[in-house]
Ligand binder design. Structure first.
Ligand SMILES: C[S@@+](CC[C@H](N)C(=O)[O-])C[C@H]1O[C@@H](n2cnc3c(N)ncnc32)[C@H](O)[C@@H]1O
Length: 400
């Protein structure tokens, strides 16, 4: 597991999902630009027939786990820290250098210019304005670039530097609070995805903009997002990140082990670690869904493809732009080219000894944390009834 680096920001409420240390970004890009827009190559198994309690409430343990105020330092709330984190250029550098992400958006826009020609576009969370610039370049009539962090000032300057001041209007403020100079827009474009797809909860902002300004039959780009689950062997890294706390220089620090178990780890998983099939958990249609659809319970049945041990379940997502001339999108799965989203690892309390053909069945319940909706509460139920392992357990996690 030496290919992996812990995302240290998972440990701090004061950092955002995209706030990685630049030194940790070591992608290997061997493919050309065309290849990054192909759909993910994961084997997807459709939903299983496992019978699962559909109750999406997280229960008392999760509530206790989530019992944390969003006030993190003096008068600053975690929301303040969230928006502050996007004021620094480093986070934008990291996103722009994520070639899978940025090239896919560029290709979607450049190869489908007919969608944008003479259209009014709203860029939700514009950052440096990169998506607005792409849209302006292919002939959008006007682009409104909304950005709440002070990066909006840079976006304004960048728009001017590149001669698009007539076409792009940068509006500094929260989407939920600004006045848009036009009553309706034809297209909403946004890169809103967080770790585990839903961390940061920026999806709500896109849905708000859609419901307020998008013309009937207007486009939301991307319009589909799906979450997947698989299971991995991860003995060495689990020992290093979790069991480490059991005995530190001769002292018992197992109280920290509990916290480490609870926080999903954002990290790169080698595809050779995958023991089971990869299963689709949930697809969201961004053009139709409601905010409540981001809270759900999904059953899973992960079937072992070899005899092995399972230490963790791994979640990842893909996004699609289905209104393009040809389907475009990208996957953040372990079998696809690396992105800054990496994958999300949920360590299991049990080490599962699994034989080929046996299944880990269960369900995953996902919901925004009630006190801090940018965090995600996850309840994981799993059971195995195999030759060498019989286990049934419920675990609670929180992305923060
Ligand atoms: C993931 S970044 C994407 C930036 C840019 N679109 C890109 O692709 O490089 C999301 C941006 O949305 C902004 N943002 C998040 N929530 C917002 C809101 N409610 N109103 C306005 N901007 C928001 C953040 O400050 C951040 O710059």
């Amino acid at each position: 597991m030496d290919c992996r680096s812990n995302n240290e920001n998972q440990n701090s409420a004061s950092t955002s999902a995209h706030d990685l240390k630049p030194s940790k970004i070591k992608f290997q890009y061997e493919q050309d630009d065309e290849q990054v827009v192909e759909q993910g190559d994961e084997t997807i198994t459709e939903s299983s027939n496992v019978e699962i309690d559909e109750d999406t409430s997280m229960g008392a343990a999760a509530a206790a786990a989530a019992d944390d105020d969003s006030i993190v330092d003096g008068d600053k709330t975690s929301a303040d820290y969230y928006f502050d984190s996007y004021s620094h250029f480093g986070i934008h550098e990291e996103m722009l250098k994520d070639v899978v992400r940025t090239k896919t958006y560029q290709n979607v826009i450049y190869k489908n210019s007919f969608l944008f020609k003479d259209k009014v576009v709203l860029d939700v969370g514009a950052g440096t304005g990169i998506l607005s610039l792409f849209c302006a370049k292919v002939g959008a009539k006007h682009v409104y670039a909304i950005e709440c962090s002070s990066m909006a000032d840079m976006a304004q300057e960048i728009v001017k530097l590149n001669g698009f001041s007539d076409v792009i209007t940068v509006i500094k403020g929260k989407v939920e609070e600004i006045d848009l100079p036009v009553p309706q827009v034809d297209i909403i474009i946004s890169e809103w995805m967080g770790y585990f797809l839903l961390y940061e909860n920026m999806l709500d902002t896109v849905l708000y903009a859609r419901d307020k300004w998008l013309v009937k039959d207007g486009l939301v780009l991307p319009d589909k997002a799906s979450l997947y689950l698989t299971a991995i062997e991860d003995a060495d890294y689990k020992a290093d990140k979790i069991e480490f706390w059991n005995e530190v220089y001769g002292f018992d620090m197992s109280c920290i082990r509990k916290q480490a178990m609870m926080e999903p780890l954002v990290d790169t998983v080698d595809q050779n670690q995958i023991v089971t099939n990869c299963q689709l958990l949930k697809t969201m249609d961004i053009s139709k869904m409601t905010s409540g659809d981001a809270s759900f319970t999904a059953p899973f049945k992960l079937i072992a493809e070899r005899d092995d041990y399972i230490h963790a379940l791994v979640a990842y997502f893909d996004v699609s732009f289905t209104k393009c001339h040809k389907l475009m999108g990208f996957s953040t799965g372990p079998k696809s080219r690396g992105t800054h989203w990496k994958q999300t690892v949920l360590y299991l309390e049990d080490v599962i000894t699994i034989c080929q053909g046996e299944a880990v069945v269960g369900s995953i319940t996902v919901a925004p944390n009630k006190k801090n909706p940018r965090d995600v509460d996850i309840m994981l139920k799993y059971s195995v009834n195999g030759r060498h392992c019989r286990v049934s357990r419920t675990q609670y996690h929180r992305m923060r």
